[in-house]
Structures are given as C-alpha cells and as structure tokens.
Design a protein around this ligand. Structure first.
Ligand code: GLC
Length: 480
C-alpha cells in the first residue's frame, strides 16, 4: 500500500469505530430510536450523561439526516414535542409554557415505559435551557430540508409547538433591545460564566430559529406571530451586525468614545466606559482584516471575549455579513494557536482569571481558568468550524483543524473537552466517549466532503438592503 492509501485506510477504520460508538449511544423508547445519550463512559458515575440532551442531539441528528436515517430524527422531534408544557403553570418553580427540556431519559415503572424530561430541575444550579427550544426549531427545519417533507412541520401539534416557543421569545418583556434577554448558563455553557443578558450564542440561535420558523409556519392562523417575526428579524440582524461587531476600526472608534451621552444622537449608545475594555491587548490581538462578534452587548457592557459557537453559527446561518464572515475566518486563521491550538476549538477565548474568575464564576472548581467552559477546547465545535469554512470558501482551515482532531480524538477516547491554553491536556473532569465529540467529527467530514449538506443548517443571505429598508435607523457600519 502507498502511504496516502494507508492514511485513507486508517481514516476509514477510524470512522467505522466512531460509528460503532454512535450506534451504541442510541436510546430506544417503545422499541423506536428516539435520541442518543450524552456520553458512554463506563468508568465514572453517569450523573445525567446517560440522558439525551436536546443540544447534544443536534449534531447526531444532522449526521443521521445526512446518512438518510431520518426515522430517529422524526421520532426525536415528535417525542420531545410531547414534553413541551402546553399550559400556563401556577407553580413558578415549574417550566413555563412553550419551554423545551434540556434533556430526557426513558424510565420504566415495570409495566410501561415513559419519557422523563429535565428542564434544568435536576441539573446543577437549575439553569434554564433557553437554547433547547431554539435548537428544536432549527432541527425541525433541517429535517424538512433533508426529507422535503413539510407534512410533519405542518401538523397542528407541530405548528402549536413552534408557536408556543415563539410566544415565549417574542413576548412583551422588560427590555429595550431586539436581542433575547436570558439568564446566565442558558445554553451550551450551562454554568455561571458572566453571560447573562444578551449572549451571542443565544442571539445566533434565536435569529436562526426565527428564520426557520418563518419557513415552517403556516401563515393562516399564525398571522400575529408571522408579523412579529417580520418586524423583529431585520432589526435583530442589524443590531447584531452593527453593535456586536469588533474589528480594528470599531475598536478605534470605541477607544475614543465619550461617556454619559444623552438623547437620540448619542454615538456611544450603550454608554460603554472605555476603561472597561482591554484595548491594548485587543489592538495587539486583532489581525489585519480580522474581526468577530462580541460575546455580549448591554448597558455599559461589551463583552470582548470570543465565543466560538455564536460566531460560527452566525457565519453558517448568514447572520453575519459576507465581509464579517470572512473577517471571523481570518481571525481564526491568524490566531490559530489561541483559538484552535492542539484541539479544535476553544469554546471561548480568553479565560476569566484571578479575581474575575472568582467573582464571575462564583469560584466554580470545574470552570477554573483554561478548563471546561472557561476556555477549554471542545471537539464538538469541529463540525461548526467545518461548516463555516465551507460556507466562506476557506476549506483549508477545516482541513488543518481536521488533521489535528483526527490525530488525537480516537486515541484519547473521544473526550468531552480539553484543558490548557492550547488544549493539550484531556479535560480534568472530562467524560470519555462523549457522543457529540464523535458525531461532531463525523459530521465535519461529511460537510467537508459534500458541501451540498450545508443547506440543512444554512440560510440564504438577508441583504443589507432588506435590513435597512425595514429599520428606522441607518446602518452604516457594514456593506453586504
Ligand atoms: C455539559 C455541557 C452541556 C452539555 C452537557 C451534556 O453540561 O456544558 O453543554 O449539553 O454537558 O453533554
């Protein structure tokens, strides 16, 4: 065998082993496949890793769809929909109407099997899984794209499910921004990490869920929701493209901001105090032509940490402009050691350290600097990096990252996350045989080999004209 033939052969072997783990992870309910467990690590207490998490199942589901195994995704969507509360709760400790659970498991009373949902009540700190509902809609749309079968989404119970989620998201609230106001830990980062308010991850998913809903909702009977989406979408897009964007030009402008401006003409609209930002570090870190969407924007707040999921999903779903998407990929390319390092890729960069770590995380021993959510490296992000690379025509970045992942992941037994500034160490408390690490890897390969899978998760461009036509304010910081 020639050397490259050996590599291909080993690659096939690796994929086959990986698939065997995926098969083992499938959860059956009343003899039908309905999901995949979070991890298959027998060496530690399962805790809640033997459950099917909505967010963890998304890459599994996309992979199943790519492979034509639509049944499990269909069953998952149907069963999770039944877990969504349909009525208002009198008990304020119970999940509200429309919320989707974080995870579920199959339990049996000896006679009958049933599904038990966890809305965060059993998880650490009872965090609300806001992202679950958004991912659920995004996945439903991926199912429709893959099967071309609208009948599931058009069913009354599914239309109601979408509507209830949107009613939660679009309700009148105590907020003046088009973004979604959420508590800390309401997404993949499900522990306190100072991301309460308007974190990018939730905003990217919110935007994608709105676009997916617009495709799936039957207008008749849903007129009010459709109007609400049409009103919200362009303003949301403009807000994120304008106010979350950080590049050298924007940094320079912020550096010279005045504080305490009143009235409509205020330039420093959110009253960001210049001293709150690490200007000098950022000026050194931002490469020419590079930029990214900030982690959070709010009153006197601009979180300048780089969050991968939100940025990558913004590229994939066309939330970011073409120019911004290229800027984000340039940043990843030029700051490779920081953002990818020894395992694609960092969940967030940089870590919270010292007093900031103590105050913001509440001294969380799992989220020590450069570990777990606090700037650990998460292999699951590989599929989003691959999709963003394909979308921006920067496939060489995905190939570079894939070579790193391929060389280690299986040998390390598919860890949940890695620690250290470059992600060299297997995470301190990391599970092995973490299913979204495995499916993230396999899905990345599928997307890289067949870019036609991208529409499962991407959308057509929403142009600057569409955005500015619908908005009262003039958008001058980007051209699409
Ligand atoms: C951890 C992660 C969360 C994931 C869960 C199951 O709680 O923070 O994002 O869904 O594990 O893998």
């Amino acid at each position: 065998m020639q050397l490259n033939e050996v590599a291909i052969y080993q690659g096939l072997d690796l994929d086959q082993d990986a698939w065997e783990e995926v098969e083992k992870s499938i959860i059956y309910y009343q003899d039908r496949p309905v999901g995949t467990v979070a991890a298959l690590d027998n060496t530690v207490d399962a805790l809640n890793y033997d459950q099917c998490f909505i967010r963890d199942f998304v890459p599994s589901a996309l992979l199943f769809l790519v492979k034509g195994r639509t049944e499990i995704v269909h069953n998952f969507l149907e069963e999770t929909l039944k877990l969504q509360p349909k009525d208002d709760q009198l008990d304020a400790y119970k999940p509200g109407r429309g919320l989707m659970p974080a995870s579920f498991k199959v339990v049996s009373n000896g006679i009958k099997e049933y599904l038990e949902a966890d809305f965060g009540e059993h998880a650490i700190a009872r965090v609300t899984p806001v992202d679950s509902s958004l991912w659920w809609i995004i996945l439903l749309r991926a199912y429709v794209v893959a099967t071309k079968d609208y009948s599931l989404a058009y069913r009354d119970d599914f239309q109601q499910g979408i509507r209830l989620i949107l009613q939660l998201c679009l309700a009148t609230r105590f907020d003046m921004y088009p973004t979604l106001l959420v508590p800390d830990g309401s997404c993949m980062i499900d522990r306190r990490l100072g991301i309460y308010g308007h974190p990018l991850e939730i905003q990217s998913l919110f935007y994608a869920a709105l676009r997916a809903s617009r495709e799936l909702l039957i207008c008749q009977g849903n007129e009010d929701i459709v109007i609400a989406i049409d009103n919200r979408l362009p303003i949301l897009i403009a807000h994120i493209r304008k106010h979350y964007w950080i590049d050298f030009r924007r940094l320079n402008a912020i550096y010279r901001y005045k504080g305490e401006e009143y009235g409509k003409d205020a330039v420093n609209q959110f009253n960001i105090y210049v001293d709150s930002l690490p200007h000098y570090e950022l000026a050194r870190w931002l490469p020419k032509g590079g930029g990214y969407l900030a982690g959070n924007v709010g009153s006197s707040q601009l979180d300048t940490r780089f969050f991968s999921l939100g940025n990558l999903m913004a590229i994939i779903t066309d939330l970011a402009t073409e120019e911004q998407s290229q800027g984000i990929m340039t940043l990843i390319d030029q700051r490779w050691e920081d953002l990818v390092g020894d395992m694609p890729m960092k969940i967030v960069f940089p870590a919270l350290e010292n007093e900031e770590y103590k105050n913001i995380t509440g001294c969380d021993p799992k989220n020590i600097p450069w570990s777990y959510h606090n700037a650990g490296n998460w292999p699951v992000l590989m599929w989003m990096l691959a999709a963003a690379s394909v979308k921006t025509d920067r496939i060489e970045l995905a190939q570079r990252a894939m070579a790193i992942a391929q060389a280690r992941l299986q040998e390390d037994e598919w860890p949940e996350y890695y620690d250290g500034k470059k992600g060299k160490l297997i995470g301190k408390h990391s599970r092995k045989y973490q299913i979204w690490s495995i499916v993230g890897f396999l899905l990345a390969k599928e997307i890289m080999n067949n870019p036609q899978h991208l529409p499962l998760i991407s959308f057509n461009p929403f142009t600057a004209e569409q955005v500015s036509r619908a908005c009262e304010f003039k958008i001058d910081s980007f051209d699409a």
